[in-house]
Design a protein around this ligand. Structure first.
Ligand code: B12
Length: 272
């Protein structure tokens, strides 16, 4: 199996910054036309509590590796203007890396890709992750360490859909190996939808230390505060007060994160 590092650049060269929690977005994400909103909302909520959260968007790194610039020349933005061939090539490459196509799926809906839907028993998925961790370890470790100059209190993995499970589990493995004292957390809509099944399954502890479901920005900050090591000096919370209403809607994207997204294909202009 090809090394992901050799196939899939760039390596991070931006300076490390202190972070309390790191949220990783594994590829391929259903959200492939914009930086991930959910983790960015958690980052804002955490900043209001005085915590610094970095988002490591591995999805955009994969998409950049496969980007076909010619497909992006059109004036459309968002989902209508996306680089469909690049997105699909990236997903195909990654699904092949799992090695799971040699394993019979549990079930397979018509026309579906068994790896995209992760239609495999947990044992098969964790065995595939164990088999792949050697070739992914160096590159993932480099990406994780570039975001945090010390072991973060928490590493979260954001799963919007099943296609992200394979790399998500690899990230959790590598994070625990390099930062054994760090608490690992799973969240996102995929985890939310499967929460009851995961909760009932005794094997869940092999996946992550904690699971937070739903739009959980308040729980996320409370959990971070509970886990916070004593004696850490923090600057005053940099983010403005939360607006009125039950839901946090202001996302924060760091410069590091946005640097990978490249310039917007077209700036706003008015024509008559
Ligand atoms: C927008 C959307 C899309 C867009 C994405 C566009 C884009 N550029 O972002 C499009 C149309 C492309 C899309 C496609 C698909 N989608 Co879709 N999509 C959604 C939708 C409606 C909203 C996602 C969103 O942005 N939410 C808003 C943000 C703020 O919330 P969030 O990301 O969930 O984050 C919050 C929490 O989850 C949590 N959280 C998130 N990350 C983390 C991490 C940690 C550590 C923690 C603690 C918490 C946490 O906190 C965040 C803040 O509150 C969801 C349904 C939903 N209500 O969530 C379905 C949903 C994600 N999609 C789904 C599906 C099935 C698909 C498709 C497979 C459909 C298809 N058959 O083609 C495709 C996938 C395509 C692909 N390439 O993989 C399913 C996933 C089901 C599953 N089992 O996982 C969902 C849940 C809908 C559903 N109920 O069935 N989708």
């Amino acid at each position: 199996m090809a090394s992901p590092r050799a196939d899939w650049s760039p390596s991070p060269d931006t300076p490390s910054s202190p972070c309390d929690a790191l949220i990783v977005v594994p590829p391929p994400s259903p959200s492939d036309t914009n930086p991930p909103l959910g983790p960015a909302i958690l980052a804002t909520a955490a900043a209001r509590g005085g915590f610094r959260v970095e988002v490591l968007d591995l999805n955009i790194l994969l998409l950049r590796r496969f980007a076909r610039q010619a497909d992006r020349a059109g004036p459309t933005l968002g989902d209508h203007g996306k680089d469909r061939s690049g997105v699909s090539a990236a997903a195909r490459w990654l699904f092949t890396q799992t090695g799971l196509y040699d394993t019979p799926p549990l079930h397979l809906p018509d026309t579906a890709d068994p790896v995209a839907g992760m239609h495999y028993p947990l044992e098969a998925v964790t065995a595939a992750v164990s088999g792949a961790v050697g070739s992914w370890r160096e590159w993932l470790e480099q990406q994780l360490r570039a975001c945090c100059d010390r072991p973060p209190t928490m590493v979260g993995v954001s799963l919007m859909g099943p296609s992200q499970v394979f790399v998500g589990l690899l990230v959790l493995r590598v994070a625990k190996a390099i930062w054994p004292g760090t608490t690992t957390v799973l969240g996102g809509s995929h985890v939310t939808l499967l929460a009851d099944e995961i909760e009932r399954d005794q094997r869940r502890s092999v996946l992550a230390d904690l699971m937070l479901t739903g739009h959980c920005e308040d729980d996320f900050v409370t959990t971070l505060a509970d886990l916070d090591p004593p004696g850490v000096q923090r600057p005053p919370a940099p983010a403005p007060d939360r607006p009125e209403g039950p839901f946090e809607y202001l996302p924060t994207f760091s410069e590091r994160q946005l640097a990978h997204c490249g310039p917007s294909p077209r700036h706003c202009s008015r024509s008559r």
